[in-house]
Design a protein around this ligand. Structure first.
Ligand code: R5P
Length: 282
């Protein structure tokens, strides 16, 4: 078994390679003058089992993944496992309005062309795995997130809405603390409404856990509510930290004490490695 990391998966690939004690294949990934992508596998990988790691966000990383998969297939790999740490487009998992595509399914159709198996982490909804006709599995990063929150002294966990309560309950049972949920309604892509709810948070260290932080709108609303109710500390935790635009400033302004994300998307808040959760499936 050998590993290949795309540019949106390279740090996680290094961690996985260390845990599995397997080598990373040398590749070239660069751009032509017109900005089209060029990839090449620089070693002989014929008859090797290859683990290819690449997040499908932002858009250009999708093309990179498809080219890498094709290069690996053409190089004669015996078996290809594609690991997609953050499955971009997973939130458009159905036709919400007439005339829309099912974007998560479109990606699945393309991703499965040159792979034998797909693994992803904390997809927004697990049923996106059914869009694949090849074996597709997911793992949860929640146990790794819970360990970090426990060390930070979180004494209560909150889900931003009822739909996210399952993951939060799982983390709370690992830590052995209370959990609850907030009442969020999404108005549009960047606006959310949060119903006031009396929570027993005064003087406590609270962690809000979501699958994705994108604009930071959901977390900021939740943090403001908790600070209003006199929470001592509020942590904003997620698996996939996209942190677009002014999201980080928004979270800080709302009173966020610390932002915690995993390495499915790399940035300065990727403090939790998902490598330990993945190795059981590799
Ligand atoms: C939505 O259903 C997701 O679970 C997240 O709550 C959402 O993507 C967060 O987005 P934002 O940071 O833009 O509020």
């Amino acid at each position: 078994m050998q590993l290949i990391g795309g540019t949106a998966g390279s740090q996680l690939t290094v961690k996985l390679a260390a845990l599995l004690n397997r080598p990373i294949v040398d590749t070239t990934i660069k751009r032509f003058p017109d900005n089209e992508l060029y990839v090449r596998i620089n070693q002989d990988i014929s008859n090797e089992d290859i683990i290819l790691v690449q997040t499908t966000y932002p858009d250009e990383k999708i093309v990179e993944l498809l080219l890498l998969q094709n290069a690996v297939r053409n190089a004669g790999a015996a078996h290809i496992t594609t690991v997609i740490p953050y499955y971009g487009y997973s939130r458009q998992d159905k036709k919400f309005k007439q005339g829309e595509p099912i974007s998560a399914q479109v990606l699945a159709h393309h991703i499965e062309i040159d792979t034998d198996k797909i693994i992803t982490i904390d997809p927004h909804k697990e049923y996106i795995l059914d869009f694949f006709t090849k074996p597709a599995k997911c793992v949860s990063a929640i146990s790794e997130i819970a360990k970090v929150l426990q060390k930070k002294g979180a004494d209560m966990l909150l889900a931003p809405d009822k739909g996210a309560l399952g993951r939060t309950q799982e983390a709370a049972s690992i830590i052995g603390c209370d959990c609850d949920y907030l009442e969020k309604t999404r108005i549009d892509g960047s606006t959310v409404k949060m119903e006031p709810k009396n929570l027993d948070v005064a003087g406590k260290s609270i962690a809000i856990i979501d699958d994705i932080i994108s604009t930071g709108g959901t977390m900021a609303m939740a943090i403001k509510e908790l600070k209003k109710q006199k929470a001592k500390q509020v942590f904003a935790a997620c698996t996939h930290g996209l942190f677009i635009g002014t999201s980080v400033e928004k979270l800080k302004k709302a009173g966020c004490d610390e932002i915690i994300a995993t390495d499915t998307v790399n940035n300065k808040f990727s403090k939790v490695s998902t490598a330990p959760c993945l190795i059981s499936l590799l």
